[in-house]
Design a binder for this molecule. Structure first.
Ligand SMILES: *Cc1c(COP(=O)(O)O)cnc(C)c1O
Length: 403
């Protein structure tokens, strides 16, 4: 069957929740992807900030293959060694005391919300506690996570959302303060907003939010599903800011390709949950945990954080040089290998043209190109990206001028 027929078949049988690009990806190697026609793409998207280690890492592949032959799944009625290893490594890297493994990011958020509510319930013996989230945030698509997602468009058809969620403005401490009341149990935010357009939090803002939380015994939840796992240069973004949350969520690069997420907390918070409060059938199974465990090993042995710190100034500098050449680029926002290039026009055509030229980039909102490459990129990859990105912009601008 040829490509067009495969795509037709997909469109006939899959739920129409995505406008997919007409590319069928087939394999990956390092920071390159290949489609079914054998065309090569430099990948600056990592499957949405997932493949931090790059594709086809042999040590990672072997760890998974070994686990396939041993045991894939146990349920959480029993212990399994990969989960014990993964939990030990996660808590050490994150500074949290206890972790719960989930199957996705949105489920990690569900767990974080439940944990915060249970903590507050234990304190005053009543339910109905409130959560403060941020406008423009993204926390997932399940109903609890959608309820704390600051995007009315995503919510409107699915109301009612869970009750008691209020939205403040990122980097506006007064807007947070004005929403705090005796029912507030948690404040949730992304230290660097991802889907919303790559907006990093200010350090003073996070410090201020932390003080509000400390003063009122409110739990601070950092959603590091996208900005965590080395992307900003530290293992978790909160470590760059020096502001520690009570609850931390992770997913995306945590498994580097296997579906896994996590919510973790300090002891004070985590101890609120007891048997019966939460559960999962698949979550933390030996297969995904073998991946998580190997990911943490490889972050160390392959010096991933060092690479992010080394490449970031180079990438930022090259991007700034590019931005200066174009009036239609307004600014750059970001932290580490999570960068948003903000255009004054929609960027959909540029993404399509880049694909033609063998570069995979994604958007974060209509006008923002999001760069979230594998964390193993080198300066040569940055150079190659800049050449292709520039020529994609030129090509789209020239086409538009002709019309
Ligand atoms: C992707 C993402 C989620 C949702 O994760 P899924 O695995 O898609 O459910 C939640 N929060 C943030 C910050 C994300 O980037």
């Amino acid at each position: 069957m040829n490509k067009e027929n495969y795509i037709l078949e997909a469109e006939n049988s899959l739920l129409k929740t995505y406008k997919r690009y007409e590319i069928i990806l087939d394999k990956g190697d390092g920071v390159y992807l290949y489609d079914t026609d054998g065309k090569q793409y430099l990948d600056f998207a990592s499957g949405i900030a997932v493949f931090a280690l790059g594709y086809n890492n042999q040590e990672y592949n072997h760890a998974l293959k070994n686990q396939v032959d041993k045991l894939l799944h146990t349920s959480n009625y029993y212990y399994n060694l990969p989960a014990i290893e993964a939990a030990k490594k996660f808590t050490k890297a994150s500074g949290m005391d206890r972790v719960f493994f989930t199957n996705s990011g949105t489920e990690a958020i569900e767990g974080a919300i439940k944990l915060a509510k249970k903590y507050a319930y234990n304190k005053d013996g009543s339910a109905g506690h409130e959560i403060i989230s941020m406008n423009n945030s993204f926390h997932g698509r399940s109903l609890g996570a959608l309820s704390v997602t600051g995007n009315p468009e995503y919510q409107k058809a699915f109301k009612p959302m869970i009750e008691g969620v209020k939205f403040a403005e990122m980097n506006d401490l007064e807007s947070v303060k004005s929403l705090v009341c005796e029912k507030t149990c948690a404040i949730i935010l992304e230290p660097v907003q991802g889907e919303g357009g790559i907006y990093p939090a200010d350090k003073e803002f996070l410090q201020g939010v932390k003080s509000i939380c400390d003063e009122n015994d409110i739990l601070l939840i950092f959603d590091e599903i996208q900005c965590g796992m080395g992307r900003t240069g530290s293992m978790f973004a909160y470590q760059d800011y020096g502001v520690m949350p009570d609850i931390l969520t992770s997913a995306k690069a945590l498994g580097c390709g296997v579906p896994v997420g996590a919510f973790a907390a300090n002891e004070k918070t985590a101890s609120a949950m007891v048997p019966g409060d939460h559960g999962t059938t698949y979550g933390g199974n030996p297969f995904v945990c073998a991946a998580v465990s190997k990911v943490f090993d490889l972050f160390e042995s392959d010096k991933i954080l060092e690479n992010v710190s080394e490449i970031t100034p180079y990438l930022e500098n090259e991007l700034d040089k590019l931005i200066e050449q174009y009036d239609l680029i307004e600014t750059r926002r970001g932290k580490g290998l999570m960068q948003g290039i903000v255009f004054s026009v929609p960027v959909g055509d540029i993404v399509l043209e880049a694909q033609k030229q063998g570069l995979i980039i994604i958007t974060a909102g209509k006008n923002v190109i999001r760069l979230v490459p594998p964390l193993v990129i080198t300066k040569q990859h940055v150079d190659e990206m800049i050449v292709k990105f520039k020529s994609s912009i030129d090509s789209v601008v020239n086409t538009n001028n002709k019309h």
